[in-house]
Design a protein around this ligand. Structure first.
Ligand code: F6P
Length: 560
């Protein structure tokens, strides 16, 4: 029998005590002394055996410290942890977000098939299609100039006011697909409660031609509500009338009452549902800035790409399933080879917000220390995810990747074709994209370093002094991800690939990847501190450090 949390007591046992885990531990010990150089020498078919394709997307896992047997053992772990059942439960609309009793159905938002997707006995697809149609109509009316601002002028800019999942996804997509944007209509994103963000964004905008999207699932988030209120003041101040708000503000939220209280009408509200997690919401009306900035066709292509990857994830056997293998390889490093961080390195300038987006997707989902049943884990869960576009990162932190004491598994991403005409640049970009994973994997031995220095004419003593510094230990793992071009369709696939990878890892770790209780405590404390920063009484209820910092800030601000 299943409990309310979806955890079956009959299956209770420790993951680290399970047969599949033990087999992987033994396998890791056996593989530890074998280098990637040796693995490539021994098996000339590694690339064929350890790379996967879906349409034009090629994912090369062969530069990982794995063999085909590792993948078999990892797939056995996935089966032991009932990955396929959990996947089907997600697609089936079961309330797998157990602490919030919610279904997890971002896949319904991009379901391009005729298949019904139900929460309880209600098919959610009619609601999904209705809101998509509302988004399409609104975006087309704004873009075509049919819908005008309060003073009768065309909209030229949209400012999305949201934070976390209500910002990172649409922001990343608008940047990634900048070549699809129209010069005449530009998106802007304000997230930080630091007034500099809103102030500096508005400074370059004309109130008469600016549309605001207030995006917040809860419509209570401090940062978003503060920015929205200040943006409304700015608009009213410049356009001289409260009535301007109705023409210049729309909302995206699940909280209709709070939206109305803010002064945005039901017709200007775009609905979504509690079964859409914030960090999985760019496919919902939270994607409105995307359809406004890129046009409806691009937004639909984004959905179509994600749907294609969903179908692959739903149907492909574990052994050839891209997000499954990506997730399991991550488990291998985190739990069996001791990696604590994970880098995402797009050789694609347009993906410069992709690592930031993935930080929320991954770390808010899998940065958990208790299992679904409330017991503390006795194994590592989500790693620290970070990254920057190549080649910039090469001139910053790659030193540590190549020669530091940490092993950081990395994903390298690149498009075969750029959107710009500077082909010479692209060849150099691709050469770097290929060179770095090879250097990480195969390194340079002491003998090779010595030989190079000898060839360069250095003396014996100079060689002895310098050679150790020129050694690259190698054996540093990476995944290479190649696609034809960063189109909306391809981007949809890439995002869905990572979303499902996160899901796979959450299942293996028996954690709920869809809640985020860890963000609560800091928010509550901040609410308590707000009035204390301007008060005159001694904030004695705080710890000594926080109290003294409050007092010092008051002093500097002239209020203490
Ligand atoms: O602080 C975390 C969080 O709850 C995220 O999960 C969410 O994406 C973000 O805040 C914004 O929340 P909302 O859309 O409700 O404003």
């Amino acid at each position: 029998m299943r409990t309310r949390t979806g955890y079956s007591p009959a299956l209770m046992r420790t993951l680290t005590d399970s047969p599949a885990w033990h087999s992987l531990k033994q396998h890791a010990e056996a593989l530890r002394p074998i280098s990637l150089r040796q693995l490539f020498e021994k098996n000339p078919d590694r690339f064929e055996q350890l790379s996967l394709r879906h349409e034009d997307l090629l994912v090369d896992f062969s530069k990982h410290r794995i063999t085909p047997e590792t993948l078999q053992l990892l797939c056995a772990l996935a089966r032991q942890e009932q990955l396929e059942t959990w996947r089907d439960r997600m697609f089936g609309g079961e309330p797998i977000n157990s602490t919030e009793h919610r279904a997890v159905l971002h896949v319904a938002l991009r379901n391009r098939s005729e298949r019904a997707i139900c929460v309880g006995d209600r098919d959610v697809m009619p609601d999904v299609r209705r809101v998509l149609e509302q988004m399409r109509t609104f975006s087309e009316q704004v873009r075509s100039g049919k819908l005008l601002g309060f003073t009768g002028q065309r909209f030229r800019s949209v400012v999305n006011i949201g934070i976390g999942g209500s910002d990172l996804g649409p922001h990343m997509v608008c940047e990634a697909l900048a070549p699809y944007q129209n010069e005449a209509f530009r998106p802007h994103f304000v997230s930080n409660v630091d007034g500099a963000h809103l102030h500096e964004t508005l400074a370059s905008l004309d109130p008469a031609t600016t549309l605001f999207v207030v995006a917040s699932k809860t419509f209570t988030t401090q940062e978003t509500m503060t920015n929205a209120a200040s943006a409304r003041d700015w608009l009213v101040r410049h356009l001289g009338s409260e009535s301007a708000v109705a023409s210049h503000f729309v909302a995206v939220s699940t909280n209709h009452a709070a939206v109305q209280a803010f002064g945005i009408s039901a017709e200007r509200t775009f609905e979504f549902w509690d079964w859409v997690g914030g960090r999985y919401s760019l496919w919902s009306a939270i994607g409105l800035p995307i359809s406004l900035a890129l046009g409806w066709d691009s937004f639909e292509q984004l959905l179509a790409g994600a749907h294609a990857l969903d179908e692959h994830f739903r149907a492909a056997p574990l052994e050839t399933n891209l997000p499954v293998i990506l997730g399991l390889v991550g488990i291998w490093y985190r739990n069996f080879l001791g990696a604590s961080s994970y880098a995402v390195l797009p050789y694609d300038q347009h993906l410069h917000r992709f690592p930031a987006y993935l930080q929320q997707a991954d770390m808010e989902s899998n940065g958990k220390r208790v299992r679904r049943d409330g017991e503390a884990v006795d194994y590592a869960t989500g790693p620290v995810l970070w990254g920057e576009p190549g080649t910039n990162g090469q001139h910053a932190f790659y030193q540590l990747l190549h020669q530091g004491t940490e092993m950081v598994p990395a994903d390298f991403l690149a498009a075969a074709e750029p959107h710009h005409p500077l082909t010479k640049h692209h060849v150099k970009l691709l050469a770097n994209f290929l060179a770095q994973p090879a250097a990480l994997a195969f390194g340079r031995t002491l003998e090779e370093a010595r030989a190079e220095l000898t060839k360069a004419g250095l003396s014996e003593s100079e060689i002895e002094g310098l050679a150790p510094h020129k050694v690259f230990p190698g054996n540093r793992p990476s995944t290479s991800i190649v696609y034809r071009k960063l189109t909306p369709y391809t981007l949809g696939k890439l995002i869905a690939l990572y979303e499902h990878k996160i899901f796979v890892q959450g299942v293996i770790w028996s954690i709920n990847s869809f809640d985020q209780w860890g963000v609560e405590l800091g928010k509550q404390l901040a609410q308590r501190i707000i009035p204390e920063l301007d008060a005159s009484h001694d904030p004695v209820s705080h710890d000594a450090s926080t109290r003294r910092l409050i007092l010092y800030l008051r002093q500097l601000r002239g209020s203490g």
